[in-house]
Design a protein around this ligand. Structure first.
Ligand SMILES: Nc1ncnc2c1ncn2[C@@H]1O[C@H](COP(=O)(O)OP(=O)(O)OP(=O)(O)O)[C@@H](O)[C@H]1O
Ligand SMILES: [Mg+2]
Length: 248
C-alpha cells in the first residue's frame, strides 16, 4: 500500500475470531504513538482493558513506551465515567460523547473501536442501516482516522450485514488458511482502501515480539514497496511500508 492508511479514512479490520484484529489495530495505534508522536484512543468493548494491555505487552507493545499518547478505555471505564449519560442514551451515543470529549480535551488522530460488532449488539439498533450510516458520518466529522474491528464467520467473504463494508473507506481482511493437514497460517489482504493505490493480494502475516511483518505468500522477485523517505508524511498513518517484508 502506498504509505499507509489515508488520514481521515474509516477502516474496517474484518476477520474471524483470533485472526489478530485487535493486535493489528493496537499495533497501528502503538506505532503511531511511539514513532510519530500521534495520539490514539483505543476503545475495547469485547475484552477488559487489563487483558488487552497484558496481551499486547506479550507482543512487545508496552504502554509505558508511549507515555500517555495511547489511551485505552473499556466498557467498565465507560460505565464509570459516563454513568449519568448511560441512563438515557444508547451505547453508541455514550461512545460518541466520550470520544468527542477526549478529542476536545487531549486530542487524538487515531480512534480504534474494538469492535463494531459488539457496539451493534450493545446498542440494539432499531434501524441498523440508517443508524450505522449516521455513525459513520459522525466519525468522519470527528476529523480522525478510525479503525473499526468487525467479527466475521470463518470462510465468510461478506464484511457487513447492514452496509458496514460499503460505508467504510477501507477494508482489511484477516483470516486463517489451512495450508496442509497440520498447518494453519495467518493471511491478510486489503480488500479496498479509498484514496490510495494498493495490492489486493493475500499476504502472510508474521507476528513476533519484534512486531508485525507481512510477506508474499509466493516468494517474490521484486519488493512490494520501497522504504519511505526519512521525513514522515503527516497526511498518512500506519501501517507503513517498513512492516512489509518478503519471504527469503
Ligand atoms: N505473545 C504472543 N505472541 C504471538 N502470538 C500471540 C501472542 N499473544 C497472542 N497471540 C495470538 O494472537 C491471537 C489473538 O489475537 P487478537 O486478540 O488480536 O485476535 P482477534 O482477531 O482480535 O480475536 P477476537 O475475535 O477474539 O477479538 C491469539 O489467538 C494468539 O494466536
Ligand atoms: Mg479482538
Amino acid at each position: 500500500m502506498e504509505g499507509g492508511i489515508p488520514a481521515g479514512n474509516v477502516v474496517l479490520i474484518a476477520g474471524e475470531s483470533g485472526t489478530m484484529k485487535s493486535a493489528l489495530a493496537y499495533h497501528m495505534a502503538f506505532e503511531n504513538a511511539r514513532r510519530e508522536n500521534h495520539r490514539a484512543l483505543y476503545v475495547t468493548l469485547n475484552q477488559p482493558r487489563s487483558n488487552l494491555v497484558r496481551d499486547m505487552e506479550g507482543l512487545g507493545m508496552r504502554l509505558d513506551a508511549v507515555d500517555d499518547r495511547l489511551a485505552v478505555a473499556d466498557l467498565g471505564l465507560l460505565r464509570m465515567s459516563m454513568r449519568k449519560e448511560l441512563r438515557t442514551n444508547s451505547w453508541t451515543d455514550v461512545i460518541k460523547m466520550y470520544s468527542q470529549n477526549l478529542k476536545l480535551s487531549v486530542g487524538y488522530d487515531l480512534l480504534i473501536l474494538d469492535s463494531l460488532s459488539v457496539l451493534e449488539t450493545l446498542s440494539g439498533f432499531r434501524n441498523p442501516r440508517e443508524e450505522l450510516f449516521q455513525f459513520y458520518e459522525w466519525l468522519r466529522g470527528l476529523d480522525v482516522t478510525t479503525i473499526l474491528s468487525y467479527e466475521t464467520i470463518a470462510g465468510d467473504i461478506e464484511f457487513g450485514i447492514f452496509g458496514e463494508d460499503y460505508l467504510a473507506d477501507g477494508i482489511i481482511h484477516m483470516m486463517m488458511v489451512k495450508v496442509n493437514e497440520d498447518t494453519i497460517q495467518r493471511r491478510i489482504r486489503i480488500v479496498k482502501m479509498r484514496s490510495t493505490n494498493h495490492s489486493t493480494n493475500f499476504f502472510s502475516l508474521i507476528v513476533s515480539r519484534d512486531g508485525f511483518r507481512v510477506a508474499r505468500v509466493i516468494a517474490p522477485v521484486e519488493k512490494l514497496s520501497q522504504p519511505q523517505s526519512a521525513k514522515p508524511d503527516p497526511t498518512k498513518l500506519l501501517p507503513r511500508p517498513d512492516w512489509v517484508e518478503h519471504e527469503r
